[in-house]
Ligand binder design. Sequence first.
Ligand SMILES: Cc1ncc(COP(=O)(O)O)c(C=O)c1O
Length: 335
Amino acid sequence: MRLGSAFAAPTEAEVELAEEIRRRLPSVERIRFTNSGTEATMFAIRAARAFTGRPLVAKFEGAYHGTHDTAVAGTPGVPRATSDLVLGLPWDDAAGIERAIAGRERDLAAVIVEPVQGAGGVRVADAAVLARLRELTTSIGALLIFDEVIAFRVGPNGAQGLLGVAPDLTTLGKIIGGGYPSGAFGGRAEIMDQFDARRPGALSHGGTFNGNPVAAAAGLATLRHLTPERYARLANLGDRLRGRVASAIDNEGLDARVSGVASLFQVFAGPSLAADDGLTPSAALFLGLLLDGFHVASRGMGALATPATEVDVDDFTDAVLGRIRSMQPVAAGPA
Ligand SMILES: Cc1ncc(COP(=O)(O)O)c(C=O)c1O
């Protein structure tokens, strides 16, 4: 911050962050920084459409890729012509994916997928389905985009390292800004080189705050802090959290569920639970946890950070289970 917080030029921090990401994600031969994950997916999709000369983009049921028109196709305010260029795919269903794409192969520019869905319920994609998607996209000449805006945090080499599938393009956000606004998209050089301003007809990617030096420095510090040992410790804490919640749910027959991987988790309160004051069970869980001193996303999702200890995790799981137990429907007593 002392060196300056915004320049209309690249900075050393941005280059060092690019190098750090490239070491972690070998599929990212070139990278460009944005201010948000939304811009990252928007530009990755534009790059794919320009590279293939095709208009159609496929995305999965439950996916969240930000808020640009293609990402929220089918919602009010998005022109029909834009929404018609987005194809829906079923999650974790290789045969269903092939059926959905059949007949549209030559129109398809890209399939965009979160290898670990965030907003969709912290669902890890089946590695075999992702591998099939890799083969399918390659065989029809469409690009495969991994949206790792959330998923990048699951390990030193992101979800692509964990699941062993390499995309053509990757989008990033969140932790690469270390708490400041940031995002990035990158991948195969020949695709990214479309943005090389020295080329005639290059794709344009302006942005006053792209690669902001404060966000780049914060992101670099975050990634340097996240050593393989710290990722392993976070994953152990995540396993402890999910394991404790899941075994109590099982043992006590509670109508609840927990999902996640590594430092990511989501707890779900089932529809049969009796919440106070007309709240839905998930709202009651969220508000109850706030009263207990824990702030998760309102849908029950959270992420463990390196300061967390086993005691924190146990206090949190006790709070979750306490809230769920208190919502159990009370059996009617004798009249
Ligand atoms: C997978 C995924 N992609 C894209 C985005 C959009 O990122 P941003 O909120 O930085 O625009 C998000 C945000 O939650 C996300 O989870």
